[in-house]
Design a protein around this ligand. Sequence first.
Ligand SMILES: NC(=O)c1ccc[n+]([C@@H]2O[C@H](COP(=O)([O-])OP(=O)(O)OC[C@H]3O[C@@H](n4cnc5c(N)ncnc54)[C@H](OP(=O)(O)O)[C@@H]3O)[C@@H](O)[C@H]2O)c1
Length: 345
Amino acid sequence: MAPSKQKQWLVQGKQKGFDELVFQDAPVPKAGDYEVVVKLHGASLNYRDLIIPRGLYPFPLDLPVVAASDGSGEVVEVGAKVTKWKKGSKVVTLFNQGHQYGAMTAAASKTGLGGVLDGTLRQYGVFNENGLVPMPKNLEYVEAATLTCAALTSWNALYGLKPILPGQTVLVQGTGGVSLFALQFAKANGAKVIATTSSAEKGKKLKQLGADHVINYKEDQNWGETARKLTPDEVGVDHIIEVGGAGTMTQSLKAVRFEGVISLIGFLGGAKPQDSILEALNRVCTLRGVYVGSREQMEAMVAAIEANNIHPVVDNKIFSLEQAKDAYEYMWAKKHFGKIGIKIE
Ligand SMILES: NC(=O)c1ccc[n+]([C@@H]2O[C@H](COP(=O)([O-])OP(=O)(O)OC[C@H]3O[C@@H](n4cnc5c(N)ncnc54)[C@H](OP(=O)(O)O)[C@@H]3O)[C@@H](O)[C@H]2O)c1
């Protein structure tokens, strides 16, 4: 049985940055007929969680809201009509609770955890039975919690439009969560990976994770051209995981091959690229906006994680629920490598 009270982090508004985060007591929600109550054991942060209280997040919000989308835990209460789960089932949250199958829709884009619906920085959460997926059997709770947003976004980029094939080349930018998952998924499928980073030390870690080539984007301003030259016959890259936006788009367009896909995922280097969208015609490539992914895709991803025994890259510093605000500061200060893990007692 779940207790009646719990601790949670609420995002109150989007004016005052991290001061909008309030640690408070709250009632433990009850399960409706088609819902389950999950004792959350792990959570993780995304760049999105940092920019919501800073007023920079471009997708729908309904504040105040319990923070964060990423979580894993154990089902402790089951609604009367639930068929998918039982007490003790280990689960991971689905980012957009309404994105079940197929294409993203406007309605599904308004169902994000930690943005529109209450999220995972709490001890107990109530979720529709379809808003969860089975936790990979090879992962611990904190590892599994990192899959909700960054991992599924990478999976969707690599498999959602033109599924990646063995022998193809993938370019990943920087060493954030999205890029490292893309590296791992691409290598698991026999692709070559070109990774960029701003640091020699992180470059070594990228190699350890299987990157075939590492380019320092601070030292090599023309890294897109360099990446192209590293592909067979210099044809260019098949899939680009574009997280830098204005900071990287010009180089991504230099790197991509004819009929390649640039997945537009983030804008860490600014939101107003200089390039005309007509470059997609000049380069004969696809520019595709990606917004996380569906439950169907997440279940396929979980199967691949188990089959390949993939372990998410989690930063060495793990935070407690009480320390979650410190985790926001740590990530904002760019002290992390990979995902930020939060252990929930
Ligand atoms: N569309 C979606 O559905 C979706 C889903 C998830 C995330 N996102 C977005 O994707 C982006 C990445 O998310 P994340 O969670 O992976 O972020 P993250 O963990 O904060 O990534 C940080 C890393 O990105 C690299 N980086 C920063 N600025 C860069 C630049 N100008 N050029 C190249 N690399 C740069 C740095 O790598 P080095 O230190 O190695 O240089 C940095 O350590 C964010 O903008 C996020 O909002 C979008």
